[in-house]
Design a protein around this ligand. Structure first.
Ligand SMILES: NC(=O)c1ccc[n+]([C@@H]2O[C@H](COP(=O)([O-])OP(=O)(O)OC[C@H]3O[C@@H](n4cnc5c(N)ncnc54)[C@H](OP(=O)(O)O)[C@@H]3O)[C@@H](O)[C@H]2O)c1
Length: 267
């Protein structure tokens, strides 16, 4: 069983860090041509250099804040300018901000919806003509928190649930065009995502230990594990996988209501 991504053109948003960065490196291993998108220049360059070293292909690096007007258009036009085609779109850029109805501004909700839902929606629309030509596919990164109702996670959870519904709808629309759309819902994964929370460096282990207690497997996921699943779903080994919502959460033990400390909320 081997993947065939040689010379396939893959766009990965959020590839400067975490799951997106590991996904980029894994695609590079199979000699794909990459468009990497992120905001942090040194981290994005680092990933790009790593990919070039593995594959010999120079990635297209786009330093963009995707929620700013014009950014999504730039991703698609620059990719087509350089590579002339698009085979896979991985919508991985995302953020977690905590908020509750009574303690947070509407801005938290707006930002969650913008980066976790609007950006994947719009990139899908823009990439579509190219994906129809290539009979390509889209992999969205959701969250295992779809089914969990923890105080503090309302805006994030609503945005990821909407992304899941978007995925299923889009898959139904696009199956006749030969384009597959799927979503992977990871559980707690060791990445930089928690930097958006107001957690002191000294509290990070405490937070992870609390989260581990909820996991049957008692292990935080590594971003590489999620990356492997992204490649499998995107590959031609899965021609009939469309509209699927795949959870990978380390076997969560029931639903534990915990009090999220308000100090973790960040403006
Ligand atoms: N880690 C987890 O436990 C977990 C669990 C469930 C789902 N997820 C999902 O997995 C995806 C990847 O997150 P991660 O865990 O790998 O976190 P991460 O290490 O923080 O990576 C997030 C990526 O998204 C990019 N990003 C965020 N806002 C952006 C914006 N406005 N414009 C452009 N890029 C933006 C970041 O770019 P810069 O760093 O360059 O700003 C970074 O590359 C997200 O969709 C997240 O919701 C993660």
């Amino acid at each position: 069983m081997e993947f065939n991504f040689e010379n396939k053109v893959i766009i990965i948003t959020g590839s400067s860090s975490g799951i997106g960065a590991e996904t980029a490196k894994m695609f590079a291993h199979y000699k794909a041509k990459l468009c990497l998108v992120g905001r942090n220049e040194s981290r994005l360059q680092n990933v790009a250099q790593h990919c070039e070293l593995i594959s010999g292909n120079v990635p297209l690096c786009l330093l963009l804040d995707l929620i700013q007007p014009g950014s999504c258009e730039e991703v698609i036009t620059k990719t087509i300018e350089k590579f002339k085609r698009i085979d896979v779109l991985v919508n991985c850029a995302g953020k977690l901000k905590l908020g509750t109805l009574d303690q947070s501004d509407i801005d938290v909700f707006d930002e969650m919806m913008a980066i976790n839902l609007r950006v994947p929606y719009y990139l899908t629309q823009l990439a579509l003509p190219h994906l129809i030509k290539s009979k390509g596919n889209i992999v969205n990164i959701g969250s295992s928190y779809l089914e969990r109702y923890k105080p503090g996670f309302l805006p994030f959870s609503v945005s990821k649930n909407a992304l899941e519904k978007f995925t299923r709808h889009a898959a139904m629309e696009l199956v006749p065009e030969g384009v597959r759309v799927n979503i992977i819902n990871p559980g707690v994964t060791r990445t930089n995502l928690i930097r958006y929370l107001n957690i002191a460096e000294s509290d990070v282990d405490y937070v992870y230990n609390n989260l581990i207690a909820e996991l049957g497997l008692k292990k935080i996921l590594e971003p590489k594990e999620v990356a492997k699943l992204v490649l499998l779903v995107a590959s031609n080994l899965m021609p009939n996988m469309a509209g699927s919502s795949l959870k990978m959460d380390g076997a969560v033990i029931g639903i534990r209501i915990i009090n999220i400390h308000k100090q973790y909320f960040r403006k």
